[in-house]
Design a protein around this ligand. Structure first.
Ligand code: ZN
Length: 506
């Protein structure tokens, strides 16, 4: 064994990180600029890179190097040191990867790429039966993957998938948090809509051309601290952020003439992910856990914080409105700060998750969590998906789903095998709320500064407490370290009630 096992391990991780960036670039391109006729070869390209990455990650030499590092007390003597945690996470990732046969990884990448195209088409045509066979294929492959990982102790098959996105999380524990949270949210929504008076949403009816929205979006993300020399904003069907590599973070959004705030908040959301990606120490640790994000829940806490806690605050509009009026025009000039603040906090029983308000959003997530858990358990068949979706949606949100495009076909996730992913969205909201209370305690002038467009204190707090650590801590550990308490639904409920009840006069 070489004397510098850790150095060699890091070199290998770097090589893998470089290739993962190529894979992410292919995916970004497929979602933004690739002409439809390129889809066939693109699926092969994605599969080829995924195979190569998998082979590198699972080569026995990686296992030998990890074992050598684990046995070296200089590296792992203090199990909480950054180096020891880096090695611990490399072990975790190696053990998981070696459970998957290369053929399955290649098949998942190829079918995922094809199914994603089928989904785009089916969604546009509102044609669930055309997508169903693809979803069945992806579900079968994803279940096969979960079986390779194995059911975690005391858990269920779904947990094996969840663990990829939220290490150590269990569906039963999530359900225990979601169930009472869902009840409290349903009660809040009912009170607001049945007893309160909704603020006017008139400012959102201004028709604003996409180019102006794009210019304003770019202005806002730069003001928040997104480095546009190390990233860019493009247009896609389903907005996402991809931290391709060191110095290259891609944000995407989509525009409609009406309701310009959908794109604005979508952009701020992805910018929140992008700020996290730009804050990770990838320059020193590309491809290593120390250069990577903690979990999807923590990632989502960053996006939801900038989108909702910042973007839907009165202070944000105090700063942003004059700029919005100048750049967007189109009648926005006649509205004031309170009107924008009210309009961007209206609560609605609506169909599309990514456009849902803060109060109903988590109900959309809970619906998907229940459904995908049943799909993996085999208690729900793909052919019954639209019916079950519509029935549960009506129960949760109180409105009838008009078509599958606005129902079970709206999200891209399942088409490429992201199953076990949805609950991380609600976890993100919970983490964001809990961090937000602590941030405001730590920075008393935060909100007053936001009203002047000063977002640097918030960003540097996030950099210092969260981004700089990479994957050194697990999500629950980070939460306790920062806030002194385990994750709870109370801060989110406090945030929603203290904001929405006065706005609705209840
Ligand atoms: Zn997100």
């Amino acid at each position: 064994m070489p004397s510098d096992a850790y150095g060699d391990l890091r070199k290998l991780a770097h090589e893998i990180g470089v290739l993962q960036g190529v894979d992410a670039l292919l995916n970004w391109d497929q979602e933004t600029y690739m002409p439809p006729a390129g889809a066939g070869v693109r699926a092969e390209q994605c599969s080829a890179i995924a195979t190569l990455v998998h082979q590198l990650r699972t080569t026995p030499r990686v296992g030998e190097l990890i074992a050598a590092c684990e046995a070296d007390p200089k590296l792992t003597g203090d199990p909480t040191s950054a180096t020891a945690r880096n090695i611990r996470e490399m072990r975790r990732s190696y053990d998981k990867a070696t459970k998957l046969p290369t053929s399955l990884v290649a098949e998942l990448a190829k079918v995922g790429s094809q199914a994603q195209e089928a989904w785009k088409d089916a969604r546009a045509k509102n044609d669930f039966p055309a997508f169903a066979p693809w979803l069945e294929k992806m579900l079968a492959l994803t279940r096969q993957k979960a079986e390779c990982y194995g059911v975690p102790k005391g858990g269920e098959l779904y947990d094996a998938l969840l663990d990829e996105y939220e290490p150590d999380a269990r569906a039963a524990e999530i359900e225990a948090v979601f169930k009472p949270l869902g009840d409290r949210l349903s009660t809040l929504v009912k009170t607001l809509l049945e007893k309160g008076k909704a603020p006017s949403d008139a400012p959102l009816h201004c028709k604003i051309p996409a180019e102006r929205q794009h210019a304003f979006g770019n202005f806002v993300i730069e003001a928040l601290g997104f480095d546009t020399k190390a990233g860019r904003l493009d247009v896609t069907t389903h907005p996402f952020c991809s931290g391709l590599s060191t110095g290259d973070t891609r944000l995407t959004t989509r525009y409609r003439d009406e309701k310009f705030t959908d794109a604005l908040y979508g952009t701020m959301h992805e910018c929140g992910h992008g700020l996290y990606e730009q804050g990770l120490p990838k320059g020193d640790h590309l491809g290593e856990p120390l250069g990577d994000s903690i979990s999807l829940g923590i990632h989502e806490s960053q996006s939801r914080m900038w989108e909702n806690f910042v973007g839907r605050s009165r202070e944000f509009w105090q700063w942003a409105l004059p700029h919005a009026q100048k750049t967007l025009g189109s009648g926005l000039e006649k509205f004031g700060v309170d009107e924008l603040y009210g309009a961007t906090n209206t609560v609605q029983r609506s169909f599309i998750r990514v456009e849902a308000d803060e109060a109903t959003y988590n109900l959309h997530v809970m619906l998907r969590f229940g459904i995908e858990r049943a799909l993996v358990a085999g208690t729900l068949a793909v052919k019954d998906l639209p019916g079950v979706w519509n029935e549960r949606f009506e129960k949760l949100l109180g409105v009838k789903v008009p078509d599958d495009r606005r129902g079970c076909l709206q999200d891209v996730h399942w088409s490429f095998g992201l199953i076990g992913y949805f609950p991380t969205y609600t976890l993100g909201n919970l983490y964001a709320a809990q961090f937000w209370e602590k941030i405001n305690a730590d920075i008393p002038g935060l909100k007053a500064g936001m009203a002047r467009g000063e977002f640097a204190p918030l960003l540097s707090w996030l950099r210092d407490k969260i981004h700089v650590h990479g994957k050194r801590f697990r999500a629950g550990e980070l939460c306790e370290r920062i806030t002194g308490k385990p994750l709870s639904a109370d801060p989110l409920m406090r945030h929603l009630e203290s904001k929405l009840k006065p706005l609705y006069g209840v």
